[in-house]
Design a binder for this molecule. Sequence first.
Ligand code: SAH
Length: 475
Amino acid sequence: MRKKNVVLTDVPVTGYAAEGKALAKIDGKVIFIEGGVMPGDVVDVRLSKNKKDWAEGKATTIHTYSPDRVEPFCEHFGLCGGCKWQMMPYSLQLQYKQQQVQDHLSRIGRMPLPEMNPILGSELTEKYRNKLEFTFSNKAYLTTEEIAAAGDGEIMQRSALGFHVPRLFDKVLDINTCYLQDEPTNLIRNTIKEYALANNLPFYDIRNHEGWLRNLVIRVLRTGEVMVNLVLHHESKEERIALLDHLLAKVPSITTLLYTFNPKKNDSIFDLEPKVYFGKGYAEERLEDFTFKIGPKSFFQTNTHQGERLYQVTRDFAGLTGNEVVYDLYCGTGSIGIFVSRMAKKVIGIELIKEAIDDAIENADRNDVKNAQFYAGDVIDICDDAFFAAHGAPDVIITDPPRAGMHEKLVQKLLEIAAPKIVYVSCNPATQARDLALLHEKYTVEKIQPVDMFPHTHHIENVVLLKRRDTDLTS
Ligand code: SAH
């Protein structure tokens, strides 16, 4: 059974592993399965990797459907990479996420863990994202049915505005209705697409790097603001003005409309200069009674409601009384630091991206926060002894690293500095577990709270409170 291209038949799926892969066990060997299957299904699997203790592959046929399955609500389910868990009831999704965190943390071994708090599910399981990015492509993904239905010699519609198809970098799935974001998101996307098709505006060709329409970023915020940024390959003034005016006329609820020229080969707008066509050029979002400025390039938690709960958990775990020096590592636009600032003596935020720090300073100002300072640079370079000496010994360190987790050098520094408490916010419980194992040298895990920010996906956010072992913080 070590050969590749083996097809395993009638495999009962029993669970989920990391990264949303379904799991089965055959004669003690673990099989990771991709392709829209869930526990309770019985499937055939074509293996792409086959090692001694484990194998992985794609489900080719589902023989028996799990009795837990529900009907996916989206017409694009199965092809779109967006909401792969729609066939599972939300309560079951939460159960698997809770289990994931438990599995990762308990695998650390040696380290005693408190009982985990039950995961905080999202009240909104549809239309929960405040930001969506769509891609224009002249290479629509077509199913074999669509190709067959078109018949010989027929010219097929190959322009698409939607999402990249997983693993096919140049193929985009055309989207009619997306349930990830509240209206007017579908109206905006479909208005632009219909206008572009009617006027023969060229959709981008990602292989040959030609075409005009590239990306569409839509933010719909709970302040009622709607911000749109249309990314074009180059200027074509008359066409641009006609298109943007058409959009504003059809969607009067747009509060800010921007456009950006991107002549580069990659899609990132980080190094580009968005230009304001209509409105103030940015939007605002509210968390409790704080407001945050969101520019076209700013990072902001994409699920506002759950983002607010995540920060509430973080603030609660920090257990602030007003006298603490709090460090907010990987602070982005400063939102966590600002959110906890009223309960702290002072907040020091650190973040790699200079523009995010500019936003953080502006956000602090906008919320009348006077006890927060923000510094741009790599946490590993900034967090040295001189920095901590200059800004004060930390009482609480909040850390919210990207998926890769913390750099080992930073973990070593945190062990040296030995703040009484660390609140570790993570979007990847696997790397979080790895870092906790290192921090165990001086810390114990006191509390664990998973938060679901992304219903119908396998992504998990998890907050952990660590207490330095020689301190008694209950007093
Ligand atoms: N705490 C913020 C953002 C968390 S996302 C919030 O809740 O909104 C992680 C952030 O870490 C990103 O903004 C990223 O730019 C930043 N980052 C990544 N590597 C870094 C490093 N080595 N040093 C400092 N910041 C880093």
